[in-house]
Write a protein that binds this ligand. Structure first.
Ligand code: GAL
Length: 661
């Protein structure tokens, strides 16, 4: 399998989406010169160029792209060449309306924006495959070509008749008989029994709650249908250039794709990441997405898009204060990225994203944004050789699974306040603030490399996942689980006793009697091994069997009942403790498990990450911080030696190489 490192060598790629069809061709050489000045090593071309490349059905206009590929090569800049299949030209929707997606209520999603394609449409797929094939044939041998970028942020949903036919085929593969489907979906309830496959439709808008097992399967199907689009184009380009890696860029923590499954089909995993510059914990959000992406990649990965300044799709869009772009870029390198790229090179003057920042803003080269970009380019060029291809190791894993998220995000559940990513983020934050490096892992994956595994909340766990967790603890691992975990099986069937029986035995729980979700913003008083704390979001009425109760609810309906249980190396937390309490609890369990933070007692806001032989220090605090770093080091960014405390300004970064212990 070709890797990014094979394609690019020991460097960190630096660049972004370049959409030069917006500008007169005479300006392209100026862009390329400016790119050289900024240390740009790669550009992503063609992401949204379909209408330019195929102005009418079957026509081809490659001349401009030929000249552009040659120009980038003359400047020593590599090309990540995209298939432009995320935005079909208007002629496709006009001539083939069946390629346009339909919403849950049957309404057409029109062209005029982007991503307006039905993934099940054979017509869309045929045109997409033909263009991917012609791009591969034409540019497969071009010396500028570094790798392929298929489509862009696969994220469409469709409920049309073609989708219905495709969904039925997918269900037949999964269940073979309609009786098995009826059994898995529990259609005996509410007279939903299907007599024949032709009666089955996607979960369209309906009078009242829809069958949750059907909506869960529709999520699974949609992820798989989009994946078929990706693999079809991937196979076409890979057949022409088997030595070059292929990727598609994920949206961060996006609900529509089972990214564990998708990552297996990619040579290189890439992600787009846009933390809110106003979020004081934006650095933690970035760290979480980076950990997730690195874990999917099982090694180095690409930051395919970030913003040099503001985005234009939040309610209020703020620029990045001085230094923040650099801090977050180097953070991604620390957490395993071998490419730091932006959307986009030059800020648009027209179109939907003209107020979205770019590497070169409306202010041009003298602008602050470009000057900062230039500094980052220079620093990455200096660091590249030392970091590219190296790994980050973690002794704590956070379990996450899309199928569980899909299953517990449906209608008809106990609380709409329960948002899966929010809970995962709270647990990641606790570990991030405690200074631990974390991987993410799928619950069925071998976990033996980790001293501690945490489950923020996994409502659905398959039998295989349960076996895996039991084995992990029996073999000496420490497992800490949050609330409402192991409730449903792989078909979203609730397990008797409120939790899988083997899991109850593992956690020392007799019965889960009731779930008591909290109101929005509500809290419940608790005490725990580290003192009194507030539980948020959720509480549970459960009875311990062999577990020791190490924290209890205080007051209210659950007064005196267990909130935190410990059964040997297995812990269960039946609420979401407020941040300091969750941090204290996970610090305690990690310590007992032998998992060590990167630096002991990091000051608040300081992130420390080891990648390969380097120690990255990243200051996310609102002011300067000083970190105690044992040993003698050299900061590769400044060339200065340090022996003892390292002071970092606001948004400051140090990349330390040890010289003597
Ligand atoms: C990404 C997308 C880019 C651009 C960017 C703006 O989702 O891939 O094309 O739209 O967002 O933030």
């Amino acid at each position: 399998m070709p890797s990014l490192y094979d394609a690019t060598g020991p460097r960190v790629l630096f660049g972004g989406d370049y959409n030069p069809e917006q500008w007169p061709e005479e300006t392209w050489p100026d862009d390329l010169r400016l790119m050289k000045d900024a240390g740009v090593t790669s550009v992503t071309l063609g992401v949204f160029s379909w209408a330019r490349l195929e102005p009418r059905p079957g026509a081809r206009d490659f001349g401009w792209l030929d000249r552009l590929m040659d120009l980038t090569h003359q400047h020593g800049i590599g090309v990540v060449l995209a298939t432009p299949t995320a935005s079909p030209p208007p002629w496709m929707g006009a001539r083939h309306p069946e390629t346009l997606p339909r919403g849950e209520d049957g309404g057409v999603i029109w062209y005029g924006s982007r991503q307006h394609f039905c993934p099940s449409s054979p017509v869309y797929r045929r045109y997409a495959a033909a263009l991917a094939g012609d791009l591969a044939a034409r540019y497969g041998d071009h010396p500028a070509l570094l790798m392929w970028h298929i489509n862009n942020e696969y994220c469409t949903f469709c409920w049309c008749d073609e989708t219905a036919r495709h969904f039925r085929r997918w269900l037949r593969d999964r269940y073979t008989t309609v009786d098995a489907l009826n059994e898995a979906w529990g259609t005996a309830f509410w007279s939903q029994r299907y007599d024949d496959w032709t009666e089955v439709i996607p979960p369209r808008r309906a009078q009242y709650l829809r069958n949750p097992a059907c909506t869960l399967d529709f999520r699974r199907f949609t992820s798989d249908a989009l994946l078929e689009c990706f693999t079809a184009e991937r196979d076409i380009v890979a057949a022409r250039t088997p030595h070059l890696p292929v990727t598609t860029n994920f949206m961060p923590f996006w609900t529509g794709q089972d990214a564990w499954r998708w990552a297996e089909e990619e040579d290189v995993v890439s992600v787009d990441l846009y933390p809110d510059p106003r979020d004081p914990l934006g650095g933690q959000y970035g760290a979480m997405i980076q950990d997730m992406t690195r874990s999917q990649a099982r090694g180095p990965w690409m930051l395919m898009e970030q913003a040099a300044g503001p985005v234009n799709w939040r309610g209020v869009n703020h620029p990045k204060p001085r230094g923040l772009n650099r801090l977050w870029s180097l953070q991604a390198v620390a957490r395993g990225a071998d490419a730091i790229c932006y959307f986009q090179w030059r800020q648009s003057r027209q179109g939907a994203e003209k107020f979205h920042s770019a590497m070169v803003g409306h202010a041009g080269a003298p602008g602050r944004t470009f000057q900062e970009v230039k500094r980052i380019g220079a620093e990455l060029a200096a660091l590249g050789e030392r970091v590219a291809g190296t790994h980050v190791t973690a002794d704590v894993a956070i379990l996450h699974d899309w199928h569980s998220w899909w299953a517990d995000g449906q209608d008809g559940r106990l609380s709409r306040e329960l948002d899966h990513p929010t809970v995962v983020r709270a647990w990641h934050r606790a570990l991030w603030e405690a200074g631990h490096s974390t991987d993410f892992a799928h619950p069925e994956r071998d976990l033996s490399a980790y001293r501690m595994v945490v489950i923020p909340h996994l409502y659905l766990l398959t039998d295989t996942a349960v076996d895996n967790l039991v084995t992990y603890v029996h073999d000496g691992g420490t497992l800490v689980s949050g609330f409402l975990t192991g409730v449903a099986d792989g078909d979203d069937r609730v397990r008797p006793g409120g939790m899988d029986a083997r899991l109850r035995e593992l956690f020392g729980i007799g019965t889960v009697h009731e779930w008591w979700p909290l109101e929005a913003g509500g809290t419940v008083d608790c005490d725990g091994p580290d003192g009194a704390f507030l539980g948020t979001l959720w509480s549970e009425e459960l009875e311990a069997s062999t577990a020791r109760t190490v924290g209890s609810y205080r007051g209210g309906e659950l007064d005196g009942m267990p909130a935190v249980l410990r059964n040997g190396r297995a812990w269960y937390v039946s609420t979401l403790p407020e941040p300091p309490a969750l941090r204290a609890l996970l610090t305690r369990t990690a310590h007992q498990a032998g998992a060590r933070p990167v630096l002991p007692d990091p000051p608040p806001g300081l992130e420390a990450v080891r990648r390969g032989g380097l120690l990255f220090l990243l200051n996310h605090a609102p002011g300067p911080v000083t970190a105690a770093v044992p040993g003698h080091h050299r900061d590769l960014l400044t060339g200065h030696r340090t022996d003892g405390p390292v002071r970092l300004e606001r948004h400051g970064v140090a990349v330390l190489r040890q010289e003597r212990p």
